[in-house]
Design a protein around this ligand. Structure first.
Ligand SMILES: Nc1ncnc2c1ncn2[C@@H]1O[C@H](COP(=O)(O)OP(=O)(O)OP(=O)(O)O)[C@@H](O)[C@H]1O
Ligand SMILES: [Mg+2]
Length: 176
């Protein structure tokens, strides 16, 4: 199956749920992520779009728990950088309709413990299908040592037998 076909299939499946239903389906998923981040101090999360596993409340919980949270900010057609998240009031609308932090950019030597990686689909080997622009692949590849734990986040209906891959696709370590 082509990446584009799988994206279409997943978009169709998402369309069968209301926004409210997707929010409810998100709760047990973030419930599974939480214990995985117990020892993580610095976490790269994503600020969910309406059709993604809802992370809004969860990210604020992480802050309240004393974690340091970074979110992606798109700065060009190819690159996203990480900026510190300090609360929902300090977000502004960025590219692709995604809310982005206005906080300072991460220091080059800052150690990231875990990355929550959104995806259109994941398979059992951690292969990931994104939205097709390669932002996460380039970002994940750029992460230096020590390599953070990469946690793929999706609804159960986005887990498939096999994701088509190319050599530039970065696998995640675990899918929740
Ligand atoms: N490390 C890289 N260097 C150069 N090009 C890359 C790299 N990673 C991905 N790309 C390119 O980006 C384009 C989109 O990649 P792909 O189809 O894997 O997107 P995606 O993983 O679905 O999207 P995203 O990562 O944004 O969610 C492809 O043309 C791919 O070759
Ligand atoms: Mg990819």
């Amino acid at each position: 199956m082509l990446k584009s076909e799988l994206r279409r299939l997943i978009r169709e499946k998402k369309g069968q749920f209301t926004q409210q239903q997707l929010c409810e389906l998100s709760l047990p998923i973030v419930g599974r992520i939480k214990p995985m981040l117990k020892d993580a101090k610095t976490i790269v999360a994503y600020y969910s779009l309406p059709d993604e596993v809802d992370t809004h409340g969860f990210i604020d919980q992480l802050l309240a728990d004393g974690k340091t949270v970074y979110l992606p900010k798109v700065i060009s057609n190819e690159e996203m950088v990480l900026c510190r998240y300090t609360g929902a009031e300090s977000l502004s609308l960025g590219a692709f309709g995604i809310m982005e932090p206005v906080g300072r950019q991460i220091a080059a030597d800052e150690v990231i413990d875990a990355v929550l990686v959104p995806g259109m689909a994941f398979d059992g080997d951690g292969n990931r299908l994104g939205r097709g622009k390669g932002y996460y692949d380039r970002f994940l590849k750029s992460l230096s040592h020590p390599r953070p734990q990469l946690i793929g986040v999706c609804f159960d209906f986005q887990k498939v037998d096999m994701v088509p891959t190319a050599s530039t696709d970065v696998r995640v370590d675990v899918v929740v």
